[in-house]
Design a protein around this ligand. Structure first.
Ligand SMILES: Nc1ncnc2c1ncn2[C@@H]1O[C@H](COP(=O)(O)OP(=O)(O)OP(=O)(O)O)[C@@H](O)[C@H]1O
Ligand SMILES: [Mg+2]
Length: 378
């Protein structure tokens, strides 16, 4: 049984869309946001999409680091009336978000400028911001503080490990406390782990900028950031609170293949351990079995195609072979989804979305995907 995504989001104010790489998180986030806007809500979707595929899908050249309203006419033309609802969209600019966070935490303009100009900060913030998980939650938090949104949908980055996202507040805290850098400077391996993917950049900096200049930049960095620590700790605590709030929920997206499903199940365990809510899972790009799941029908298919559709024997065999391939994929998908169903537990609803015959590259595509998510397909 496949559910409807609107029911899952009833009363939700923040929805974080997570899942393995390439399963359709960004596309689903946008279709979901549009569908909820069509239900009269003021919705913002924050995507993490360096390739700007969402901007392209929405027919915009570029989305910036602040939500921008999408003209309702674009959706009306594709058959989705937004009515009183509003759809806003942005793509996260991690570096800018990080600088904004520093600016907000700085007690005065002078401190802000000195930090933003500090070379150690610049290299490190590039490295940290490069792990978009950190900045995504910071931006989300800022948008909830601004208020005015009925629903915020947050897409998550195409990371090797989708779960990095859950550690974001902790990692940021480590950054601000200077723990990672301090340990690194003392030559400890823990610093390398804390900095994660940023390590190479830090080591590069230490090699490039040496001597007295580096020492003064470093001591400035620790002193200035140390001054922001209290404010940052309070923020990090608020961010964690936001992720655990009763009206915040996670929604998993997976394809019907084994590995993304395993990752989704792992994600579910991590969420549970972290005390965060999961409202459902979307199984995207499911192959639909045109034969109604009957193996027997395949044997007679070439003959039936010849007789009923008047195809030549060769063509009938070709068409039947294509049906057989789809049938096999649909069976494989069904088996994987059954396993997901059993392992997720009955309390987590599944929404099935079929593989559409083409990529979602425009508003019409988003509307089609939305129709599947919201079960409004004709
Ligand atoms: N149901 C669907 N049918 C057909 N194509 C789809 C469907 N859902 C998504 N796609 C396509 O699959 C591709 C990947 O989708 P998307 O970029 O949303 O995935 P993602 O999970 O955000 O990827 P990444 O992890 O790289 O950020 C896109 O080209 C998109 O148009
Ligand atoms: Mg994406």
């Amino acid at each position: 049984m496949s559910g409807d995504v609107a029911a899952l989001l009833d009363g939700v104010r923040v929805c974080v869309v997570g899942g393995s790489g390439g399963v359709g998180k960004t596309t689903t986030s946008a279709a979901l946001a549009a569908g909820m806007a069509a239900r009269g809500l003021k919705v913002a979707v924050v995507t993490i999409d360096p390739a700007q595929r969402l901007a392209t899908a929405l027919g915009l050249d570029e989305l910036g680091n602040e939500p921008r309203r999408i003209e309702p006419e674009r959706f009306a033309a594709a058959g989705l009336a937004l009515g009183d609802g509003e759809l806003w969209a942005m793509t996260l600019d991690p570096k800018r978000t990080f600088d904004e966070l520093i600016a907000r935490l700085s007690p005065d303009d002078d401190t802000r400028e000195r930090i933003l100009r500090n070379r150690v900060y610049r290299e490190l913030s590039d490295a940290i911001a490069g792990s978009q998980e950190f900045t995504a939650v910071a931006k989300l938090h800022e948008l909830t503080r601004e208020g005015g949104w009925d629903l915020l949908v947050l897409d998550t980055p195409p990371s090797r490990n989708a779960l990095d996202f859950l550690d974001a507040p902790d990692r940021l805290r480590a950054f601000f406390e200077g723990r990672a850098l301090q340990t690194l400077l003392r030559g400890g391996g823990a610093g390398l782990r804390l900095l994660g993917r940023g390590t190479g950049l830090v080591l590069g900096l230490l090699r490039r900028v040496t001597g007295a200049e580096l020492l003064s930049d470093l001591s400035d960095f620790f002193r200035l950031l140390g001054g922001l620590l209290g404010g940052f700790r309070a923020r990090a605590a608020e961010v964690e609170e936001l992720l655990r709030a009763p009206d915040t929920t996670f929604l998993l997206v997976t394809s019907p293949e084994r590995e993304p499903i395993d990752e989704a199940l792992f994600f579910q365990r991590r969420l549970r351990a972290a005390g965060m809510a999961l409202c459902g899972a979307i199984v995207n790009r499911v192959h639909v079995d045109e034969l109604g799941g009957e193996d027997g029908a395949l044997d007679e298919l070439p003959e039936r195609l010849e007789q009923a559709a008047g195809l030549s024997p060769a063509l009938a065999r070709g068409v039947a072979a294509a049906f057989a391939d789809e049938h096999a994929l649909a069976r494989r998908d069904a088996a994987n989804v059954a396993r997901l169903r059993a392992r997720l537990g009955a309390a987590i609803p599944l929404v099935h979305v079929p593989l559409l015959d083409e990529d979602v590259h425009d508003v019409a595509g988003l509307v089609r995907l939305g129709a599947e998510l919201f079960h409004t397909a004709a």
